[in-house]
Ligand binder design. Structure first.
Ligand code: AHR
Length: 500
């Protein structure tokens, strides 16, 4: 099969905000306890955090990590997690029916995040709590010494403010399972009050209002329009959350979820702009896609949830080669819409539906999805190009035409290179892709990285951690006008081209 990609130096989508390569760690399952934090592990540092996990996270180039939830957030008292550890309460976490020992809290997490070279995207509890507690947490994190909560932080060993720039106003407050879920009107009122108060304390912060828990919620659309109408002038971003389940029954349609995600993004942009137009506002509300991933569903890693324990196995899955293809396409969507998607968090980072897995007392290993994340996060920096892909497509039960080749290109002006990300959705045919980029002048190949496997359902495991792993691609030819590249069947690819 043949495909043609046209890139032009004058056709740009916009600058990519590095925050689109964010992730998420929740006090859930083995995300924190028995995940990043395992004090009895041979590789634990003096604070109980695993060095091997820190190294993997650093290698992923994650600029921002959302914390501490998730559903956990809506019942959390942040004060329980600061101060002398021996005085911290052991609490019931009603969201996940776990014990929260509060050994890791705001300060420990920020210290850890600094070590993995990430910022923290803090979230305030608007389930059981409200504006007052949100403002106090902001004071604790962002204000210099001289007031009660800032002084508390100093007394607990952090002279310098943590200085968090992006804050979430609650989590999935429309979801019926959320602790103290709210109607759109009710949420809009509390989010508006909290936002007003928080921005008076620190006007430099950016705030994320909750969008729908997924685009399949019955109130999707209505929720966005109602909330935006009330908070438009007070917030900066609206959140989107979506996980795509893989039942491995209809592979072509599973990969077509990339189109569904795109419809979700463009739909929410339209809603933001409709409210803006109604208000005759010059301001744009941008998107924070702060929970996204594929959700493998089968092949669970032995999820024997032990209720009311600390750090139990929960929602741990094996990601397949096929999952890495949709995952790679989801990342391409974030780049393609980088003019409006300014923040995104792949959920979650460790153990819970995550690319990094840990064995208690043993090694850490990475899943198939780790690779598209790492490469896209490291090399997808710069300006997104309006990437025209011409190729045939296929029909699924939901779509008339799903292009065989999915691709987006990034111009890294600092490094003077073009980076093309591409997925071949065909299970049996390779794609000969002609990349026309004449306007950039001469180029040469730096590398072509390919992720593929003869078994679409191949996974990595603790025992076989390198089963799905990228390798160098062959036969790319670079000429006067661009490059000709072969994309093997069912493969994810990154092609880096140096400009002269
Ligand atoms: O990531 C797991 C859960 O999924 C989060 O707690 C919640 O926000 C979402 O529904």
């Amino acid at each position: 099969m043949k495909a043609k990609i046209t890139l032009h130096r004058d056709f740009k989508v916009g600058a990519i905000n590095p925050y689109i390569y964010g992730s998420f760690i929740e006090h859930m399952g083995r995300g924190v306890y028995n995940g990043i934090y395992e004090p009895t592990h041979p590789l634990a540092d003096k604070n109980g955090f695993r060095e091997d996990v820190k190294k993997i996270v650093r290698d992923m180039h994650v600029p921002i990590i959302r914390y501490p939830g998730g559903n956990f957030l809506s019942g959390y008292h942040w004060e329980d997690g600061v101060g002398p550890k021996e005085k911290r309460p052991r609490k019931l976490d009603a969201a996940w029916q776990q014990i929260e020992p509060n050994e890791v809290g705001t300060d420990e997490f920020h210290d850890w995040a600094r070590e993995v070279e990430s910022e923290v995207m803090m979230a305030v509890n608007l389930g059981t709590r409200g504006p007052d507690e949100a403002a106090q947490l902001l004071e604790y994190c962002n204000m210099p010494a001289g007031s009660t909560f800032a002084d508390m932080r100093v007394a607990y060993g952090h002279e310098k403010p943590h200085g968090d720039r992006v804050w979430c106003l609650g989590n999935e407050m429309d979801d019926a399972n959320q602790i103290c879920c709210r109607t759109a009107e009710d949420y809009a009122a509390i989010a508006r009050k909290s936002a007003g108060l928080m921005k008076k304390i620190d006007p430099s912060i950016k705030l994320v209002a909750c969008g729908s828990a997924t685009m399949y919620e019955p109130t999707f659309g209505e929720w966005e329009l109602t909330v935006l109408d009330r908070v438009y002038d007070h917030v900066d971003y609206l959140s989107l959350h979506q996980y795509y389940p893989n039942d491995r029954k209809d592979r072509p349609d599973y990969l077509a979820n990339a189109l569904t995600m795109e419809e979700f993004i463009t739909g929410v942009i339209a809603m933001c702009d409709a409210v803006g137009a109604k208000k005759r506002s010059k301001k744009k509300i941008n998107l924070s896609f702060d929970e996204w991933n594929v959700w493998p569903q089968i092949g669970k890693c032995n999820n024997a949830v032990d209720p009311w324990s600390v750090g139990p196995q929960r929602e741990e899955y094996f990601f397949t080669m096929e999952d890495a293809l949709l995952f790679g396409s989801m990342m391409m969507n974030l780049i393609r819409h980088c003019d409006r998607v300014h923040v995104a968090c792949m959920a979650q980072l460790i153990n819970v539906c995550a690319p990094i897995m840990t064995v208690i007392g043993g090694p850490a290993w990475v899943q198939s999805t780790y690779y598209p994340f790492c490469y896209t996060s490291q090399y997808g920096r710069g300006v997104a190009l309006n990437t025209q892909v011409i190729c045939d497509g296929y029909k699924t039960r939901r779509y008339e035409n799903v292009p065989w080749v999915d691709s987006v290109a990034v111009w890294n002006q600092e490094e003077n290179e073009i980076v093309v990300f591409a997925v071949n959705r065909s299970q049996d045919e390779s794609a000969q892709v002609e990349i026309n980029m004449e306007s950039f002048g001469k180029a040469s190949l730096i590398e072509h990285v390919v992720l593929e496997h003869e078994d679409k359902d191949a996974t990595n495991t603790a025992q076989n951690p390198d089963n799905v792993k990228p390798h160098a691609g062959g036969n790319t030819v670079v000429g006067e006008q661009g490059a000709v590249v072969t994309l093997n069947p069912y493969s994810w690819n990154m092609i880096r081209l140096a400009l002269k």
